[in-house]
Design a protein around this ligand. Structure first.
Ligand code: ARG
Length: 413
C-alpha cells in the first residue's frame, strides 16, 4: 500500500492539477480536504470533481463557526488590520486550514500534506509554519512551488490529463474568499495605475448603482464580539452574511492597497470585505466609548504587532497567545450598540451607546447640567506647561532658532 498525502483542495486549477501531479511524482495516494470557511462556491461539486479525478477519499469540513469564533472575532477585538487597511480574510483562514490538514493527516495515517501555494506568496509561509508547528513529522509537498510550470503550462497539463479548468477569459483573476472577505489578484490589476474594473467586484455594488437613500444599521456587541444586528440576536455566520449583503449593497467594503508581503514583494491587492470593514469601524467606535485614552493608545500598539504576526504566519506562537490574552482582558466592558449610516460606498458611525460608557454628559456639556469645575484648569495648565516654559527660558538655542526661521521667512516675502 502506498503512503497517503492530504491535499488541501479548493477545486481550482492548481490543486486540481496537483491531484494528478502528486501521485505521478511522489507515488502517494491523494486524500483531498476541502475546508468550508464560508463562501465556498459549491462544496458538493468540488467533492465530485475530486472523485472524478480519481480520489477515493474526498473530505469536506464545515469550519465556518470555528473560523468566526476562534479567528475572526479575536482579530476584530484586537483591531487587527494589516498595514491599517487589510482585514486579513486570507491570513486568518490559513492557520485554521493548516490545523485541519495536520489533524486529517494524523487521523488517516498520512505521511504528508500538500497545498497549492506558489513560492511567491504569504500563504505558503502560513501553511508550512502552521503544519511544521503542529505536526513536525509531516512532509510538506507544494507542487506549484516545485513543478516550475508557467500558468500556460499548468493549463496545458490540465488539458492533457482531462482536468476541467475553471479559469476563463471571463474570470481573469486569482480569487481567495471566505466569510471575512475576498481577495482579488492578477490580470489587469498587476499594473497599479489601472483602476479595478467593475467585474473584479462581486460582493460590493458600484456606488453609482447603490440606493440614493442612506441605510441605517445597528450592531450590538458583547465584550467586543458582535452578537446582533438591528436589535436581533444572530449567530456569527448569519450576522456576517447579512452584514456582507447590506454593506455590499451600499458599495461599502472595497479596499485597493499596495501591500508589503512577507517574502519581500510589494503587491497590488484588491479586497472586498463589507462586513469586516463595518465591524472594525463599529468595534473601534465602541472602544472609544468604553476604554480610557491610555488603554486605547497601548492597544493600538498591540494591534500592529498582532496583525503582523497573523499576516506573517505566526498564529501558533506563544507571542500570539500572550497578546490574545491581553486583548481579551481589554474587552470586558466593550459592550453596547453602534449605529452606522451606509451611503454610496461610505459607512459612518453616527451613534453609540454602552452601559459601561466612560462618556459623561455632565462633564462634557456646556449647558446648565455642567459639573466640571473650570477653576481646576488654571493650576493644571500651570503644571502641565511648566517643563516647556522652564526649558524655553534655560535653553534659548531652541527658541532663537525658531525665531530665526520665523524672521527668515518674513524677509523672503
Ligand atoms: N495578500 C493577501 C494575503 O497575503 C491575499 C492573498 C490571497 N491569496 C490567494 N491565494 N489568492 O493575505
Amino acid at each position: 500500500m502506498s503512503d497517503k498525502v492530504v491535499l488541501a483542495y479548493s477545486g481550482g486549477v492548481d490543486t486540481s492539477v496537483a491531484i494528478k501531479w502528486v501521485p505521478e511524482n511522489y507515488k502517494m495516494e491523494v486524500i483531498t480536504l476541502t475546508v468550508d470557511i464560508g463562501n465556498v462556491p459549491n462544496l458538493e461539486a468540488i467533492k465530485k470533481k475530486a472523485e472524478k479525478l480519481g480520489v477515493k477519499t474526498a473530505i469536506v469540513i464545515d469550519a465556518r463557526e470555528t473560523f468566526i469564533k476562534d479567528y475572526c472575532w479575536p482579530a476584530l477585538q484586537a483591531n487587527a488590520l494589516y498595514e491599517g487597511v487589510y482585514p486579513m480574510a486570507t491570513a486568518l483562514g490559513r492557520p485554521l486550514i493548516a490545523k485541519l490538514m495536520a489533524e486529517t493527516a494524523l487521523k488517516y495515517g498520512a505521511k504528508a500534506v500538500s497545498h497549492g501555494c506558489t513560492g511567491k506568496g504569504n500563504d505558503q509561509v502560513r501553511l508550512d509554519v502552521g503544519i511544521n508547528t503542529l505536526a513536525p513529522d509531516l512532509k510538506i509537498i507544494a507542487p506549484a512551488r516545485e513543478w516550475g510550470m508557467t500558468r500556460e503550462q499548468t493549463i496545458q497539463y490540465a488539458i492533457k490529463n482531462k482536468i476541467p479548468i475553471p479559469v476563463t477569459k471571463k474570470n481573469p483573476y486569482s480569487i481567495d474568499e471566505n466569510l471575512w472577505g475576498r481577495a482579488i489578484e492578477c490580470g489587469i490589476l498587476e499594473d497599479p495605475m489601472n483602476e479595478p474594473p467593475e467585474d473584479a467586484f462581486i460582493w460590493t455594488k458600484s456606488p453609482d448603482k447603490t440606493p440614493n437613500k442612506a441605510t441605517y444599521i445597528e450592531i450590538d456587541f458583547e465584550e467586543g464580539i458582535p452578537v446582533g444586528l438591528d436589535g436581533k440576536k444572530l449567530d456569527g455566520i448569519t450576522l456576517l452574511e447579512n452584514l456582507n449583503k447590506v454593506a455590499g449593497d451600499n458599495g461599502v467594503g472595497r479596499i485597493d492597497h499596495i501591500e508589503n508581503r512577507l517574502v519581500g514583494i510589494k503587491s497590488r491587492e484588491l479586497y472586498e470585505a463589507p462586513a469586516a470593514v463595518v465591524l472594525f469601524q463599529a468595534h473601534q467606535a465602541l472602544e472609544e466609548m468604553t476604554l480610557t485614552k491610555q488603554q486605547q493608545r497601548f492597544k493600538q500598539k498591540v494591534a500592529i504587532e498582532y496583525s503582523d504576526l497573523i499576516y506573517n504566519g505566526l498564529w501558533f506562537s506563544a507571542m500570539h497567545q500572550d497578546l490574545a490574552a491581553y486583548v481579551q482582558s481589554t474587552q470586558r466592558f466593550v459592550t453596547g450598540s453602534i449605529r452606522i449610516k451606509l451611503w454610496k460606498g461610505t459607512s459612518m458611525v453616527v451613534g453609540r451607546k454602552s452601559p459601561y460608557s466612560l462618556y459623561s454628559f455632565k462633564l462634557a456639556t456646556y449647558e446648565k447640567e455642567d459639573t466640571f469645575d473650570p477653576s481646576n484648569a488654571v493650576g493644571f495648565i500651570q503644571l502641565w506647561g511648566l517643563p516647556v516654559k522652564t526649558q524655553a527660558q534655560l535653553q534659548p538655542i531652541q527658541k532663537s532658532s525658531a525665531l530665526n526661521s520665523l524672521k527668515a521667512s518674513k524677509k523672503s516675502k
